[in-house]
Design a protein around this ligand. Structure first.
Ligand SMILES: [Fe+2]
Ligand SMILES: [Fe+2]
Length: 403
């Protein structure tokens, strides 16, 4: 009886299939397994708590009031809680509602929703993880003291009283896991949004300075993901390349305008300065903690390296060139060839492919695996190109792309 999985117990105690689905969406299977093996909340625990059910039900408001009145005095929370008079009352009510479900052994949708709401409230209030742990300890002690009181009132033996304290602490640990997971997910979402905004701003800078259009950036980004998929990189890696490849030329912000915006072919000294955009891009992005920006720094540094070692800035060869750079190179060169430039019309796809093939025969500038993956995805690449160009027609760009 005691080895029943806690999800089954929640189902027995009112959580519908929809609620179980939400729980599965919140917690990884491995976390659920961990709770089962370490906490082992069982049907026996539900039976223990049932013995003090009626006494505990009446304590929900009292516990909730005691908890929030105490934490309202904590320095870090005082300002936020006093700024909105309704907030504290709302928190008390949500918590009392949660406690009622907990003590009634009614673990239905409302119970689950309140558990998540408590986690989110901590996030919105800006409660740091360390304070969260302290508050959890205080909360668990407070609830346990009421369990002790109710067990005594109900006339339970010392052993049964201790069993009840143990059972309620197991249940609170499970519920706090739900709450902390929702708190953590909210933080991740917020960080992701901030990262997306940062990326958007970086892209604006790159487009502002460079004559390449946003379309070029969008196409290279999409083509790179298709190539990454076709060489067998995992989904997460494909996504990172999709988001980081648009930064390949961000270093051009550090190249003088008379070179970046020059209409004709660059002189040798100008070309040497232009080559520096790889190192500049790397320097701009290298210190970020964001995996996407870090990949962006790698791509910025390596997208002009050639597989045979004849590229720049470092003359890296073969697999010494990061895979992200080898992928972006194929996408970038192809798009440069088939795009209209101020000094040339857009080249037909067949001609571009002929040039790329010819180039590969004379010197191996592309990683052969990436090159083959590009051909394998050519139909999909052309579909993507059509979609992007239809939404916003391409404008002229500078000649540096081919250099
Ligand atoms: Fe470049
Ligand atoms: Fe480019």
């Amino acid at each position: 009886m005691d080895d029943i999985r806690f999800k089954e117990i929640l189902k027995d105690c009112g959580l519908s299939a929809k609620g179980i689905g939400e729980l599965n969406g919140l917690l990884l299977e491995s976390r659920i397994e961990l709770l089962n093996s370490v906490i082992n909340f069982s049907r026996g625990d539900v039976d223990n708590l049932a013995k003090i059910k009626s006494c505990m039900e009446n304590s929900a408001n009292e516990i909730s009031d005691a908890f929030y009145n105490r934490i309202a005095g904590i320095e870090e929370l005082k300002e936020k809680l006093s700024a909105d008079a309704n907030l504290l009352e709302q928190l008390k009510l949500t918590n009392a509602d949660y406690l009622k479900s907990l003590f009634e052994l009614n673990y239905d949708e409302n119970y689950f929703k309140n558990t998540i709401a408590i986690g989110l409230a901590h996030n919105i209030l800006g409660v740091s993880p360390s304070i969260y742990i302290v508050l959890y300890g205080y909360y668990a002690n407070l609830v346990s003291s009421f369990v002790l009181k109710c067990s005594q009132k109900t006339g339970l033996s010392l052993i049964d009283t201790l069993k009840n304290v143990n059972s309620i602490q197991k249940k609170l640990t499970i519920d706090t896991t739900f709450a902390i997971e929702s708190y953590y997910k909210k933080s991740m979402d917020d960080n992701y949004k901030t990262e997306q905004q940062t990326l958007g701003m970086l892209m604006s800078i790159a487009e502002y300075k460079d004559m390449d259009t946003g379309n070029h950036i969008a196409r290279v980004s999409n083509y790179s993901r298709i190539i990454a998929k076709n060489i067998g990189l995992d989904g997460l890696h494909q996504e990172r390349i999709f988001y980081s490849s648009p930064m390949h030329d961000i270093g051009k912000v550090g190249i003088p305008d008379n070179i970046i915006l020059k209409q004709g072919k660059l002189t040798e000294p100008e070309y040497e300065i232009m080559k520096m955009h790889c190192n500049i891009g790397y320097d701009i992005l290298k210190n970020s903690n964001s995996p996407i920006l870090k990949d962006g720094s790698i791509i910025a540094a390596s997208h002009h390296e050639n597989f045979d070692g004849s590229g720049y800035p470092f003359g890296l060869k073969g697999e010494k060139i990061p895979i992200e750079g080898r992928i972006c190179k194929v996408a970038d060169v192809f798009d440069a060839l088939v795009s209209k430039r101020c000094y040339k019309p857009a080249m037909p796809v067949e001609s571009a492919i002929e040039i790329m093939n010819r180039e590969m025969q004379s010197k191996e500038i592309f990683d052969p695996d990436c090159f083959n993956a590009f051909f394998k995805g050519l139909d999909e690449i052309m579909e993507v190109k059509k979609g992007i160009d239809k939404n916003s027609p391409s404008a002229p760009a500078d000649s540096s792309m081919l250099q």
